[in-house]
Design a protein around this ligand. Structure first.
Ligand SMILES: [Zn+2]
Ligand SMILES: [Zn+2]
Length: 269
């Protein structure tokens, strides 16, 4: 497996320049993972499949789904792609490389774990700031246009928010100067995580069922369906920040009430 990855990587670095891989390669990888992981939820919602796992009963109209996709394509090409290109010299300066040898799995996993924890911390505070009156009205309300989120709404946001919260995603790699393969893996995992958080389905196989510190779809869906001043659950990935700062009280209360209700119906049966 390691040699397969290494020969694949050798092919890439002999056929493409460092800049091409870091900018265009990252963009292509991002688009592929984002749309391939997000589009199935649109089809699930339209077909009504697995509806017993759907968190909200409300569905989005096809027009609302199409608006989301066309806006995303516009922002991805006009905001994300230029950011990827302009941040290249910064990453280079901080020590990013694409050459062989590839980093060990120990290094890759430690760096990625650090990025997740740091991203969650920065995102939490940035997101709380976005929920102040003026910023919510002029910037963050765009992301909240979808009170019933579906996978692709994860990146549907005002361009200013894309830049502001995008900082949380790139701060970790920017200060550690990782290998490009680590950066790609981080990007893939972060996209899969945020698409899942917005997917609108709480499956029995969702990661949050096995990893209590992980927020997941049920946690973030609550943030979308409540009024902006009452929502809480500001974290992107984990639940500890909201727990420490008491911004998950409403959500915990609801969960407790739900489990009492479930228990009562269980007894009745
Ligand atoms: Zn929000
Ligand atoms: Zn969201």
């Amino acid at each position: 497996m390691a040699s397969l990855i290494e020969s694949g990587w050798t092919y890439l670095i002999t056929h493409f320049s460092d800049f091409q891989l870091a900018c265009l390669g990252s963009f292509f990888l991002h688009e592929s993972v984002f749309f391939l992981s997000g589009l199935p939820y649109i089809f699930l919602e339209r077909a009504g499949w697995l509806s017993k796992y759907k968190i909200q009963t409300k569905n989005n109209t096809p027009a609302a789904q199409e608006k989301c996709i066309s806006r995303l394509l516009l922002y991805h090409f006009c905001v994300n792609l230029p950011v990827m290109c302009f941040s290249y010299p910064v990453f280079k300066y901080m020590g990013m490389r694409s050459s062989l040898p590839l980093p060990s799995w120990k290094v890759v996993s430690t760096q990625i774990l650090f990025y997740f924890i740091l991203e969650d911390f920065v995102f939490y505070w940035g997101h709380r700031i976005l929920h102040t009156k003026w910023l919510y009205k002029h910037v963050h309300s765009v992301h909240h246009e979808y009170a019933t989120p579906f996978g692709l709404t994860s990146e549907y946001a005002h361009p200013a928010e894309i830049l502001f919260l995008g900082f949380a995603t790139i701060i970790g790699p920017a200060i550690t100067g990782p290998h490009l393969i680590t950066l790609w893996l981080w990007m893939v995992l972060r996209v899969l995580e945020t698409v899942e958080a917005h997917c609108g389905y709480d499956f029995p196989w969702s990661l949050s069922k096995f990893l209590p510190v992980y927020g997941g779809a049920d946690f973030h869906d609550y943030h979308h369906r409540l009024l902006y001043t009452k929502s809480g659950n500001y974290s992107s990935t984990f639940v500890h920040m909201d727990w420490i700062f008491g911004t998950d009280k409403g959500y915990r209360k609801l969960k407790a009430l739900k489990s009492i209700g479930d228990e009562a119906t269980h007894k009745e049966n």
